[in-house]
Design a protein around this ligand. Structure first.
Ligand code: UD1
Length: 341
């Protein structure tokens, strides 16, 4: 028997494609909605190739209420996983309205249509950015959120609150916010992965492009942090592991396993890794050089953040499986695949 059908918004993007693959692998039906504003339809083809399924794809902006309403009229969904959002911190400072429209406005639209059509389950893509620099590490779900330092970060907090308040108000609605730490890597098939447009903001795409000779050298932002090697610490989570967390979350909702109707989970490895440790590991496992120079700190960066994943481990029965070495190999294989190396 076919498992229930899930609407996955923004699923032509990096985390969305990997999640669509895992959902289909777990037997779910998947409908993808994406406006392709920061992605390419070839990513959906990658999902089709890996799964051997003719996955439904509708090109639409979640701000286009009419187009989105048609999707809800034509399908009976058991849940929605909402990835559709903009995610560049710097751009969000320059263009806050774009971020409030794309991230908050579109989320309200989707929830409105879920309410109208009685679709009960929402998994929201949140971020460890809501913790800012925690006073105590690792961060648990009870760690207080810090005031956001960018409109992007604020949209994640606001959307978490919108989901919490909506669940409280509408008896038919359940919600889970997954707070992702730093997603990296690609599918082992190298058929899907991260496709940043222009110069990458994030560390791993910059490393893979530097190794491929597209960028001259990596700038390491700051070596004067209060850490062992002076570079900042993050919790790098494999994108396939992260995708699987969504499958488990949506299954928990559909199967009636939630403890509360609104829940929050950290999704990370629980292991802090420094920027230099990541660069060195990448070079070692892939046998390539990544030229780098140390430059000043990047505005808005925190020193250290990593997850306490106990709640996801015990409640979701989920845990990160891939080692950093394995993940960095998949990141390099993907870069080589798209560059024809
Ligand atoms: C950033 C965002 C976060 C967002 C996430 C995914 C901030 C403060 N946080 O996380 O909200 O959810 O991206 O888009 O912007 N680094 C370098 N050189 C580079 C790039 C990065 O040294 O060229 C360092 C950074 O200073 C940081 C680490 O690598 O210490 C990770 O950076 P990045 O991949 O951009 O992720 P975050 O900044 O943690």
């Amino acid at each position: 028997m076919e498992r229930p059908k899930i609407l996955v918004t923004g699923a032509a993007g990096y985390i969305g494609t990997h999640t669509a693959v895992e959902l289909i692998g777990a037997g779910y039906g998947v409908v993808i909605v994406d406006d392709l504003s920061n992605s390419d339809e070839s990513a959906v083809d990658g999902v089709r190739q890996i799964t051997g399924r003719d996955v439904a794809f509708i090109r639409a902006d979640c701000n286009d209420m009419e187009a989105l309403a048609r999707v809800f009229e034509q399908n009976e969904f058991s849940g929605v996983i909402h990835f559709a959002a903009s995610k560049a911190v710097g751009e969000s400072v320059e263009e806050p309205l774009k971020y409030y429209r794309n991230n908050v406005g579109s989320f309200v639209n989707v929830l409105e249509l879920m309410k109208r059509h009685g679709v009960p389950n929402m998994v929201f893509s949140s971020s460890a950015t809501v913790y800012g620099q925690p006073d105590v590490l690792p961060a648990t779900e009870a760690t207080p959120r810090k005031p956001a330092t960018s409109p992007y970060g604020n949209t994640k907090q606001v959307c978490e609150d919108i989901l919490r308040d909506s669940v409280a108000a509408y008896p038919g609605l359940n919600g889970i916010s997954l707070r992702y730490f730093n997603p990296i890597g690609a599918h082992p098939s190298a058929l899907i992965g991260e496709l940043p447009k222009g110069v990458p903001n994030n560390l791993v795409p910059f490393i893979t492009q530097t190794a491929a000779g597209i960028r001259e050298e990596l700038s390491v932002f700051g070596d004067d942090y209060n850490t062992e090697d002076g570079t900042a610490l993050r919790d790098y989570i494999d994108v396939v592991d992260l995708a699987k967390a969504h499958v488990v979350a949506v299954g928990r909702m559909i199967d009636g396993g939630m403890k509360e109707r609104y829940e929050v989970f950290n999704i990370g490895t629980g292991k802090p890794v420094s920027v230099l440790e990541l660069v060195n590991t990448f070079e070692r496992v892939n046998g390539v050089k990544v030229p780098y120079k140390i430059v000043g700190r990047r505005a808005g960066d925190v020193e250290s953040v990593w997850a306490d994943t106990t709640l996801a481990n015990t409640e979701l029965g989920w845990q990160a499986e891939k080692t950093l070495e394995e993940t960095l190999r998949t990141a390099w294989n993907w870069e080589k695949h798209i560059r024809g190396l």
